[in-house]
Design a protein around this ligand. Structure first.
Ligand SMILES: Cc1ncc(COP(=O)(O)O)c(C=O)c1O
Length: 462
């Protein structure tokens, strides 16, 4: 085992590293955990502590850390080809990714554009949708519709179609104008009673009325709508019914608006099906994939679209219809190799079926652990994702004062209890890999319950 000097690492980190989504002053008097290795569901610190990776390292890890098949794929690839530019060249590893993914995606989605991460997959989708109408001569279709509480990444285009004010408001002057429709936030819906659970309910879908009105009035200028299917992730793990997506597809057809599904977080089994949109039985015009595409190992993304959209760009060069977009590491062969190994595991080992029981058990014990807690306003889950929304008052659904920073305190305390509970606003969530067992789930939820109850009690809230 390599010898590391912990104090040197922390000293260099403190002096020179600026971490993402982090108020660095919060770490003035505390050190970040130094992670040196990982295996399966667990991360290991330099001090030998083990932490359950209960958020799958930012929603990426699919089959557990250091899976032998994925490790092998990378090592093997390294003896052949490290990188080559992807314009004017191709390679077998990229074509194998496509061939393997075609086994899982609807055949209508037939053209694959590679990029590096979730945000770039979204940027590609937005530019593609915009240019589609321009290339067809429908020049006035230039605006996008997005949802409140949406999150599609941190680059400026992705922020423009975002709906979380925490990530959006400050940068608003830099963004392009969109139409923002209400969010399908079941827990905060007047019609809804009790916990959201899997949100597989029938309802009047009042939440889509606002969007329908925008389409009705403005469809001539709208090129596309973008949504996270089945669950708005960073907006607070807002799980909503598949019927919403069915209706959205109908509206898009009716008003000639392209439909973009951002499956960056929900793809690759996380919601219990390979892709979340399958649960609605509809097909989008464009889909964005990243995170789990490489099993959580390396950054790579895809934007996949239809023949109709592809054909709008396919022309003699001088017609000016080329899609001018690309990134240096597009379709990197090492990323492709690990993505192929990931897809091979899905094809040959059927992890979704294998861990169905553990997944259902996860839902059951989430309810058992939190339904009696008066400060848990909502419990929701889909597939390997679960969340609770903390409230000061369950009856009125009033949130705790932000100044208390309860979720942050829960996060810090969870690290002491050997797990990672990174909050999203007032929501504490679990984003588990597809290799979970009932024992892991049991341990993760009982530790979580302990931490949450302790912190609530310390603040006189239980
Ligand atoms: C739905 C969704 N889209 C896009 C992104 C952005 O992905 P990345 O962080 O890889 O840029 C995320 C990240 O969490 C996401 O959840």
């Amino acid at each position: 085992m390599k010898k590391w000097d912990k104090s040197k690492i922390l000293e260099l980190d403190r002096r020179h590293i600026w971490h993402p989504y982090t108020q660095m002053k919060d770490y003035e008097n505390r050190d970040p955990k130094v992670i040196v290795s990982a295996q399966g569901l667990k991360l290991k610190t330099i001090d030998g502590e083990e932490l359950y990776d209960s958020i799958s390292s930012w929603w990426t890890n699919v089959h557990g850390h250091l899976h032998p098949a994925l490790n092998h794929a990378i090592c093997e690839q390294l003896s052949l080809l490290d990188h080559v530019n992807f314009s004017g060249f191709t390679h077998p590893y990229a074509t194998e990714v496509v061939a393997r993914l075609r086994e899982f995606l609807p055949q209508e989605l037939s053209h694959y554009f590679f990029s590096d991460n979730g945000s770039t997959a979204v940027e590609v989708a937005l530019k593609m949708a915009f240019q589609f109408w321009q290339n067809k001569g429908v020049k006035e279709k230039t605006r996008f519709v997005c949802l409140e509480n949406a999150y599609h990444g941190d680059t400026i285009g992705a922020v423009s179609v975002g709906g979380c004010d925490l990530f959006f408001e400050l940068y608003k002057p830099l963004t392009f104008k969109t139409y923002r429709a209400p969010s399908p936030y079941c827990y905060r819906c007047e019609e809804h009673q009790g916990f959201t659970l899997s949100a597989n309910h029938d309802c009047s879908l009042r939440c889509i009325d606002g969007l329908e009105k925008i389409f009705e009035e403005k469809h001539k200028e709208i090129c596309a709508v973008i949504v996270e299917p089945r669950m708005q992730g960073a907006g607070g793990i807002l799980i909503y019914p598949p019927s919403y997506l069915k209706k959205l597809r109908r509206l898009c057809d009716q008003y000639e608006v392209l439909l973009i599904f951002d499956e960056v977080a929900t793809g690759f089994g996380r919601t219990g099906t390979m892709f979340a949109f399958e649960q609605a039985g509809v097909v989008p015009d464009i889909i964005c994939l990243a995170k789990g595409l490489t099993g959580g190992y390396l950054p790579m993304a895809l934007t996949v679209t239809t023949e109709e959209i592809y054909q709008a760009f396919y022309a003699d060069y001088l017609e000016g219809k080329t899609f001018f977009h690309g990134h240096t590491y597009t379709a990197n062969p090492i990323c492709c190799a690990v993505a192929c190994a990931n897809l091979k595991l899905f094809a040959e080992e059927d992890p979704l079926n294998k861990t169905k029981e553990a997944r259902e058990y996860f839902h059951k014990i989430l309810l058992e652990a939190f339904s009696e807690n008066p400060h848990v306003g909502d419990i929701r889950y889909v597939g390997y994702i679960g969340a609770i929304e903390l409230v000061k008052d369950r009856k009125t659904r009033e949130p705790f004062p932000q100044a208390l920073r309860l979720p942050f305190k829960i996060y810090m305390r969870s690290l002491e209890e050997g797990l990672v509970l990174r909050p999203l606003g007032d929501v504490i969530y679990w984003f588990l890999p597809l290799c979970i067992t009932k024992e892991d789930v049991s341990e993760i939820i009982s530790r979580s319950q302990k931490v949450i109850e302790k912190v609530l009690k310390e603040h006189g809230a239980s």
